[in-house]
Design a binder for this molecule. Structure first.
Ligand SMILES: Nc1ncnc2c1ncn2[C@@H]1O[C@H](COP(=O)(O)OP(=O)(O)OP(=O)(O)O)[C@@H](O)[C@H]1O
Ligand SMILES: [Mg+2]
Length: 183
């Protein structure tokens, strides 16, 4: 029987347009589906770039799908179940990571936020010079005391200073702005 997956999220992408020599925005260019056995991300452009420079501002900035998959497979073996580039689109299938996103844990106590911060910094120590790259609470799955990253699209080489700045901004500054931290 055909399985009709749940559409979890859609978002724009940016890709470099060689003719116009500037970046082009594709609305709803990225979609995430939940199947019974896995998650699937689809990207509506065969030349979408991954990594820290994936904003499409320069031709060939960021990394190709093949480079991206190779790095993620090394850093998180078994997470990517398969991928395909077909008719101008990219598909990537991921193992289901147990838990709920840290953004949905309430209340966000100082202890909890401290654990998240330490998890992110320790994770970089293990993967350096590569870093996950998108240290947002949405991308950290919490299962009791076990934390794991999903959404590795921005995985790339980062300096310790860059990692500290991004983590500080995502974990503390953004959540203070949103008023989501428990005082
Ligand atoms: N492997 C996975 N295991 C469990 N949940 C997942 C997995 N992949 C995606 N999800 C769920 O789908 C949501 C969207 O996935 P993901 O973060 O990869 O999409 P995205 O479009 O790149 O999002 P953004 O760029 O806004 O962070 C996640 O926040 C999570 O709830
Ligand atoms: Mg995400």
């Amino acid at each position: 029987m055909i399985e009709y997956p749940d559409l979890i999220k859609t978002k724009y992408i940016y890709v470099y347009n060689k003719i116009l020599r500037k970046r082009k925005r594709i609305d709803c260019g990225r979609k995430v589906y939940k199947y019974k056995t896995h998650y699937r991300k689809t990207i509506d452009h065969h030349n979408y770039r991954f990594g820290k420079d994936n904003t499409g501002t320069k031709e060939n900035s960021g990394m190709s799908i093949d480079e991206h998959i190779e790095i993620v497979n090394k850093l998180f073996p078994g997470y990517i179940l398969g991928y395909k580039v077909f008719r101008g689109c990219i598909w990537i299938d991921y193992k289901i990571i147990k838990g709920i996103p840290a953004s949905e844990v309430f209340p966000k106590t100082p202890e909890f936020i401290n654990k998240i911060y330490k998890f992110c910094m320790n994770h970089y120590k293990k993967t350096a010079p590569y870093g996950h790259g998108d240290w947002a609470l949405d991308n950290i799955m919490v299962d009791g005391d076990n934390f794991q990253f999903i959404d590795w699209d921005k995985c790339d080489i980062y300096t310790e200073q860059e990692v500290f700045q991004y983590i500080y901004r995502e974990i503390f500054v953004e959540n203070i702005k949103k008023g989501s931290l428990y005082k």
